[in-house]
Write a protein that binds this ligand. Structure first.
Ligand code: GCU
Length: 834
């Protein structure tokens, strides 16, 4: 049993820019580890500096020094019972003779024993030994001195991360700065961040990084770049992290100059083999390839009427002799016509890949996104997991929060991932839990596992937000053992990242665990998907963007009804892609859970849910409840002031402040949109009724003019104001007719990319506050150049004393293309959020 030492708060922690992530090795409070026995030495059973065992020795030394204040010497030979020994089981046998009581370990597994005089950390291989060392250091850093002796193995061999880094240094769907690998078409010279990244990944048991975007650039494979990739692999190797490469299917033609890229053409086959040989010559342990083909405009085998299996096997054969594997993405779909009631993008993966089951070579793994569409806030488990019984599979997750707030909203993702990992697909009427399918266990497959799109960048927070790192940490921990409890993983991360103060642990736990339900509530509920702008930044609300285009993320909402009918009896037939028991559950509206109702059924807005509410009232209520929860994140964080170093405190504060305002933008946009569409009023009379607001367009304007915002629901009453020119100041004034008292003054404005406007707000002659439109510098999301749901922002001035009849004046100074836009002000009495 694990025993946590009684730890007291350290008081103010030192400034921290986030770079060390959860590997801070922060000192334990003095006096808290008196009964820990100091080891005589660290015995690292490999003296080659590039070996993970050597690195493990270094990490242990640094851990003891920083966490416990002990300087312990590292040795590389001799058997000492009172040492911390780290090495492989085989190395240990050589040095110390037999090993007793250690069960057979799987690849990358390890044995950790703190019982007896010393500590034994023994890996099945070098990498396993390093994993064990990190696990032991994590115990030390959490003040955990329990006596343990156990063996642990990863759930699956493939535990990869994908980076969507482009050769020019940009990152597709990356919110943490530029690439740590590439710039200007080639590999960067300073690879220190790449090494630090590998260290973080190794500490959570992840074993490979595909470094370039799935929308791959063929020039990644020039000889010069292969040499550069080799350098990345060199800095990864000491951490047991292998390098993988995304391929552009047309490379033989675009880079190689061949007339074709037909996967069955002999010159094409030879071209790929040559490139592969060249890569393995430089990187003998290259993990393998990742391929996106025939998807979203990427080239693929369809050009030559070849199958996706023909394509995958071409690469599989090229890497086979080197022990490489091919991760072949199942994210393949075509544009569709919404007027066809039966058309359904969710069906595409099974349609394309189902018939190919059993046709993939043994070193191919089909990489499947958790749901059938695209990383939405809630999706049913992809049915493809139940349709590939003779094919290796892996699950693809997204740590980068593409559709989920882009690291500018707090969202702890593992509870969402768990809905899929723990789902029992009942293949052939037998237990078929998704985590057992991807591990290879359920269908007895030799390979399988995990991939997550992570997209760290040069920002010292890695992902663009300190709190978002819990997702990366938890990804590794779940890939190792998906039955781990997501709340205890989170708390390990909090202790390692922020220390032991109980209010910090409880506060961040509560915020994080509430974050996905809150985001789902204000972004898109009942399985309708994230109602973000799918045609632009994927960030703020724009429900209309889902329909009337070929992308197939449809809601089919009109004034009467909403939802995709995916039944076999009357709809697209998608539910029939599941095994019988699951298909029957989703086919029937009565047995479909409310949270996926609109995914599977097309219903009237007045349809009653199992909860008893109508669909439309559920929308209204959920959006209010979700936005209200988001306000509590800010309050909780503010209650932790002084218990977290200022740098991280302030950085997170900025994001949570934004989120608290943006959740209201989401709430009002979605509610107004559907109220406008259905004409059905909110039972509680909140939607469209904002007694504490004064619209900017109703103020007296001087140098400002009105502006019709698009989409309309991204502005209160659909209208905002902008300065009449881009160079002259505007003022908006209004007389406040509220009872005298103390209020929070909220101002909703738009912060566009391409300018940093200034605003000042006065009550009479008194300056109440001022601010700058610099979201693009302090937040992490893709910015917008329009007044819309992405740029809509709220700032709040607290505790403003107002006398009835006071004149409120806002002065806006435009900058660049940003015309100091304003939407409305809200004068909020205590306890009111609007
Ligand atoms: C999403 C994402 C794209 C990405 C694609 C993929 O559609 O928006 O940027 O390329 O997924 O997973 O391939």
């Amino acid at each position: 049993m694990r025993s946590l030492l009684l730890l007291v708060s350290l008081g103010f922690a030192a400034a921290d820019n986030g770079l060390a992530g959860w590997l801070r090795y922060a000192p334990l409070p003095s006096g808290s580890h008196s009964h820990y026995t100091r080891p005589s030495s660290i015995l690292a059973l490999n003296s080659t500096t590039s070996s993970p065992v050597y690195v493990a020795g270094q990490e242990l030394q640094s851990g003891f020094k920083n966490i416990l204040g002990d300087n312990i010497e590292i040795q590389h030979g001799g058997c000492q019972p009172s040492a911390v020994v780290v090495g492989t089981v085989a190395q240990y046998k050589d040095v110390c003779g037999g090993v007793e009581g250690i069960p057979e370990l799987a690849e990358d597994g390890f044995w950790l024993s703190t019982k007896g005089k010393g500590v034994q950390i023994l890996g099945q291989n070098d990498r396993g030994a390093l994993y064990g060392a990190f696990e032991y250091i994590s115990m030390l850093a959490q003040g955990n001195s329990s006596q343990v002796a156990y063996a642990t193995n990863p759930s699956a061999p493939v535990r990869w991360v994908n980076q969507w880094d482009n050769m020019d240094g940009s990152i597709e769907r990356g919110y943490g700065g530029a690439s740590i690998f590439f710039a200007n078409g080639t590999i960067v010279k300073d690879l220190s961040r790449a090494a630090q990244y590998a260290r973080l990944l190794a500490s959570i048991g992840l074993n490979a990084v595909v470094v370039n975007n799935v929308n791959a650039n063929a020039t990644t494979l020039t000889s010069e770049n292969i040499e550069g990739l080799g350098k990345i692999a060199d800095v990864f190797r000491p951490y047991g992290v292998q390098l993988g490469i995304s391929l552009n299917f047309a490379s033989p033609q675009t880079l190689g100059g061949l007339p074709t890229f037909d996967p069955l053409n002999s010159s094409v086959i030879a071209w790929w083999q040559n490139v592969t040989d060249e890569i393995y010559q430089r990187i003998p342990d290259m993990a393998g390839y990742l391929v996106k083909a025939d998807s979203e405009g990427e080239p693929g085998p369809a050009t030559y009427n070849r199958t996706l299996a023909d394509a995958a096997n071409l690469f599989a054969k090229a890497v086979k002799n080197y022990g490489g594997i091919v991760m072949f993405r199942a994210f393949v779909y075509n544009q569709l016509d919404e007027s066809d009631w039966k058309a359904d993008r969710a069906k595409a993966a099974v349609q394309f890949f189902g018939p190919l089951d059993g046709k993939f070579d043994s070193n191919v793994v089909v990489q499947i996104k958790y749901g059938p569409i695209d990383f939405q806030v809630r999706e049913p488990t992809s049915p493809l997991f139940a349709n590939l019984l003779n094919t290796n599979t892996a699950m693809e997750l997204e740590v980068t929060q593409e559709y989920l707030g882009q690291q500018s909203h707090l969202l702890y993702l593992p509870p969402l991932w768990k809905t899929v990992l723990d789902f029992d697909l009942r293949v052939d009427g037998k237990q078929s839990i998704v985590r057992d399918i991807i591990s290879g266990k359920r269908f007895d497959r030799p390979l399988g596992g995990w991939a997550a799109v992570v997209n760290v960048g040069t920002n010292t927070t890695w992902l663009g937000s300190h709190l978002a790192m819990s997702n990366l940490y938890a990804y590794g921990r779940l890939a190792w053992n998906p039955t781990n409890n997501v709340e205890s993983i989170l708390q390990d991360w909090i202790r390692l990242t922020f220390g032991f103060d109980l209010s910090v642990i409880n506060g961040i736990t509560k915020m994080s665990m509430d974050s996905w339900p809150a985001y789902e509530s204000y972004s898109g509920n009942l399985g309708i998907q994230t109602l973000t702008d799918i045609l632009y930044t994927h960030f703020g609300p724009n429900p209309a963007s889902q329909d009337n285009n070929g992308w197939g993320q449809w809601t089919r909402a009109d004034h009467l009804s909403v939802g995709m009918d995916r039944t076999v009896s009357n709809g697209t037939g998608y539910s029939g892609q599941y095994p019988a028991e699951i298909a029957a559950m989703y086919e029937n509206i009565d047995t479909t859970p409310d949270n996926l109702l609109l995914w599977f059924h097309h219903v009237n807005w007045t349809h009653h849910l199992h909860s008893g509410k109508t669909v439309i009232q559920h929308f209204y209520d959920a959006h209010y409840a979700g936005a209200e929860t988001a306000q509590t994140f800010l309050q909780t964080w503010e209650s932790l002031k002084g218990k977290i170093d200022e740098e991280r405190y302030n950085d997170v504060l900025t994001k949570l402040t934004f989120q608290s305002g943006h959740s209201i933008v989401w709430r009002d946009a979605i509610n107004d949109f559907y109220w406008n569409m259905t004409g059905i009023p909110d039972d509680a009379n909140r939607v469209g009724n904002h007694p504490w607001r004064v619209e900017a367009e109703s103020m007296t304007l001087n140098g400002y003019k009105t502006y019709n915002v698009s989409p309309f629901e991204a502005a209160s009453k659909s209208v905002a104001i902008v300065t009449s020119s881009n160079s002259t100041t505007g003022t908006a004034t209004t007389k406040l007719e509220y009872p005298s008292g103390t209020y929070d003054l909220a101002v909703n404005y738009y912060d566009l990319y391409g300018g940093k406007s200034h605003w000042k707000v006065y009550l009479g002659d008194r300056l109440i506050g001022k601010w700058v439109g610099n979201n693009e510098d302090v937040l992490s999301h893709t910015p917008s150049i329009y007044l819309d749901g992405h740029s809509a922002t709220r700032i709040t001035f607290r505790g403003v004393s107002v006398n009835k009849g006071d004149t409120l004046k806002i002065v806006g100074t435009p900058d660049g293309v940003e015309p100091a836009p304003l939407d409305y002000i809200s004068l909020l009495p205590p306890g009111i959020v609007d």
